[in-house]
Design a protein around this ligand. Structure first.
Ligand code: ADP
Ligand code: MG
Length: 236
């Protein structure tokens, strides 16, 4: 069907340590899937495999209509670079470029990778910054922003590449509690617009409200998967 992500038998080792023990999972177009589970269960490693930041040992990943990994073999670098433009990623720690203004953080990708003119890139960035509630911060430097504002810039930056899917790795875990809501609000808006999303999160309220599917990881495997109502009210 219209699956944007399909993962079969994905395994990943760091040296002797098996961190992913055969992950099977799929995400359809416009679905939001939340990944939950204790620290060290392999959530970040799984997400990183989905845009080729980690090289798995085995299994298969199809994403955005391309085969990223087949029998543990990754696609070539050129293809990988093209794929990464379609797979947006937002990290816990924002990872903004500290020496660039907010708008330059957002326009860098489209200008360098999509050869967009500065004028067009600036217009796109202004639209996206407005969308995440930061239209007034275009000229600010990242250091002057709150954590919640930084993360919203990071989301705008990812969206500037017009991704087909967005991966979020604990996007609110580094934030003071009073700043969590503004970031979740932006993510809810993206979900409502039909963005396909995979979100590692501890925010159970968000998962219950927004997720179409919830995946529970433990010890490098998926121990449960289903719709949020079943997972939260009737966990096996
Ligand atoms: P989670 O995101 O669920 O907390 P991670 O995917 O970060 O889990 O980590 C899963 C396991 O893999 C942990 O035991 C962690 O220590 C280990 N691990 C993660 N990254 C590396 C790495 N680059 N080298 C070695 N071990 C790693
Ligand atoms: Mg993690």
């Amino acid at each position: 069907m219209d699956e944007v992500i399909r993962v079969e038998g994905l395994t990943k080792n760091f040296g002797q340590l098996q961190v992913l023990r055969g992950i099977d999972c799929s995400v359809k177009s416009k679905e939001v899937v939340c990944v939950i589970g204790p620290s060290g269960s392999g959530k970040s490693t799984f997400l990183r495999c989905l845009n080729g930041l980690e090289e798995p040992q085995g299994g298969r990943i199809d994403i955005c209509g391309r085969t990223l990994v087949n029998e543990g073999q990754m696609m070539g670098d050129k293809e990988l670079n093209a794929l990464r433009e379609e797979v947006g990623m937002v990290f816990q720690s924002f990872n903004l470029f500290p020496h660039l203004s907010v708008i330059d953080n957002v326009t860098l990708g489209p200008r360098k990778l999509h050869n967009m003119s500065r004028k067009d890139a600036d217009a796109l960035a202004h639209d996206l910054l407005k969308k995440v509630g930061l239209g007034h911060k275009a000229e600010a430097m990242p250091a002057s922003l709150s954590g919640g504002q930084k993360q919203r810039v990071a989301i705008a930056r990812a969206l500037a590449m017009r991704p087909k899917v967005m991966l979020f790795d604990e996007p609110t875990s580094a934030l003071d509690p009073e700043l969590v809501g503004e970031v979740l609000q932006v993510m809810k808006m993206l979900a409502a617009e039909g963005m396909t999303m995979m979100v590692v999160t501890h925010e159970m309220g968000f998962a219950k409200e927004v997720a179409d599917g919830v995946v529970v990881m433990d010890g490098g495997g998926i121990i449960e998967a289903g719709d949020p109502n079943t997972i939260f009210s009737n966990p096996s």
